[in-house]
Design a protein around this ligand. Structure first.
Ligand code: FCB
Length: 488
């Protein structure tokens, strides 16, 4: 089982342990009960957008198997479950409320309540209704207003039955991957659009906060951001790494906490900055009760005058590039590198993401570097006046195989042990971390990577929909049971 020092907060029942998923990645049943299409349904149908043109039509069929999945969650012994609610199930194209969508989440929430599982629900985990994208999506300020209305519907219906409301999951991904680099839905690759989407997403979050407070006054309300800290490859790249952190982390956190965008990035990208209305920053910086931190890996950065563009980035943007060119021309790696680097950072002399050789990586290519989680948490704690933190996602993609009915995911087990130990150390260094959610409960639709990447602690056989606990899950079970019995 996972082991921590005797005095660790992680051994205490007050520290919340949970598993996480998201609607489009697990639910399936995309065409039932009057669910409207989402931008991911549309994106998946575009040739070249998603690995082998996989989609979320069936996924883990959780929409139908939710009771079994709740039993599974409960059998792990976790305290909490982080799920997301699908906007396209709740608000119909004409703006009216879809009772059938609310009923589904009512059934799910009731099943979780019966097992005494604390609920954290994300209102937006990337599945924007397509009818809103048709009016500009996150490039249209009106979408933020629509998000606030949708928030009102959900939170007035479920109120305090949901203990933690998360407005947005990783606005970085929605804005940058979706509208700036074009590798996620809706697939727009445009610098100006990326920053505009970002601002409207943050506004949506800010507009939703007072509504959540009013409708669920005993619940906690916050947002989930993703952090991939940037490390300089050498001394000449320190400034470049700082800039990359400003662009990818502080660009989201600073407005939320301090009500300001980082000046370095604002000035650098001045010609593509969105119009900021006079009360916007005040709306965005509405006080949050907690910050959700998603962490997977770190990124290496060079000063832009040296180094080869990261292979991980090349692979990731490969499909976007193919789609944008609308041709099957195969580009040589250097041309591709140059084009993609431009795409990722138009003023390319600034910095480059580079790959280190001979470091441990997971199946998706991300470097394993647990110390970066500790450094991130202590750095953020020093830089900002933060509310309590929950690690809302952390986990590893492993090329899992079922052998004799078992999955020995040694790398994932080690990944969890080492990252959880960093959480323990961060707490000891004074960071107020209250909980940890493993990503993910089970293998699921990994966005542009389709079903190729398995992040679950539970294995899903997509043919039969049979779920099997991997070794990493059994270790959680053992640890949580021992904790419950007061044996730690
Ligand atoms: C995060 C997403 C989550 C999952 C993991 C691997 O960026 O929030 O849905 O795909 O990455």
């Amino acid at each position: 089982m996972y082991k921590f020092p005797k005095d660790s907060k992680l051994n205490k029942p007050e520290f919340l342990f949970g598993v996480a998923t998201a609607s489009y990645q697990i639910e399936g049943a995309t065409r039932v009960d009057e669910r409207c299409p989402s931008i991911w349904d549309t994106f998946c149908a575009k040739p070249g957008a998603v690995y082998k043109q996989h989609n979320g039509d069936v996924a883990c069929n959780h929409y139908n198997l939710y009771q079994q999945d709740v039993d599974l969650i409960s059998s792990l012994g976790v305290d909490a479950y982080r799920l997301s609610i699908a906007w396209p199930r709740i608000i119909k194209t004409d703006g009216s409320v879809n009772q059938k969508g609310l009923d589904f989440y009512d059934r799910l929430i009731s099943a979780l309540e019966e097992k005494n599982i604390t609920i954290m629900a994300t209102l937006y985990h990337w599945d924007l209704p397509q009818y809103l994208e048709d009016k500009g999506g996150w490039l249209n300020r009106e979408t933020s207003v629509k998000f606030a209305e949708y928030t009102d519907v959900v939170s007035s219906y479920f109120g305090d039955r949901i203990s933690f409301y998360v407005t947005l999951n990783e606005p970085w991904c929605s804005a940058y991957h979706g509208y700036r680099y074009g590798i996620h839905a809706p697939g727009i690759a445009d610098e100006k659009s990326g920053f505009l989407a970002c601002h409207n997403l943050l506004l949506a979050h800010g507009m939703a906060m007072p509504i959540l407070r009013k409708n669920a006054s005993n619940s906690k309300h916050g947002i989930v951001l993703n952090f991939t800290p940037n490390y300089p490859v050498d001394d000449s790249s320190i400034e470049a790494a700082q800039f990359a952190d400003d662009e990818h982390s502080h660009w989201f956190l600073k407005p939320l906490i301090d009500g300001k965008y980082p000046e370095s990035v604002y000035n650098h990208f001045l010609d593509v900055m969105p119009v900021i209305e006079s009360t916007d920053m005040q709306i965005i910086s509405e006080k949050i009760d907690f910050l959700g931190v998603n962490f997977y890996s770190r990124s290496m950065v060079s000063n832009g005058r040296q180094g080869k563009v990261s292979d991980t980035i090349l692979q990731k943007l490969d499909r976007a590039e193919i789609r944008m060119q609308e041709s099957n021309d195969v580009l040589d790696d250097d041309t591709k590198a140059e084009k993609l680097q431009k795409l990722m950072n138009q003023k390319s002399i600034h910095y480059k993401s580079v790959d280190l050789e001979e470091v441990e990586r997971t199946h998706i290519g991300w470097e394993v570097h647990p110390e970066a989680l500790l450094k991130l948490l202590t750095d953020l704690n020093q830089t900002y006046h933060l509310p309590p933190i929950y690690i809302t996602e952390n986990g590893a993609a492993v090329d899992d195989h079922l052998v004799d009915g078992k999955i020995d995911d040694e790398q994932r087990y080690r990944y969890y042990q080492n990252h959880l130990s960093m959480v323990d150390q961060a707490i000891k260094l004074g960071v107020d971390i209250r909980g940890y959610f493993a990503w993910s409960l089970m293998d699921n639709f990994e966005w542009a990577e389709g079903y190729k990447m398995r992040f679950g602690i539970v294995y899903v056989d997509y043919e039969t929909q049979v779920r099997t606990l991997k070794r990493s899950a059994i270790k959680f079970q053992e640890f949580l049971n021992a904790r419950k019995q007061g044996l730690l």
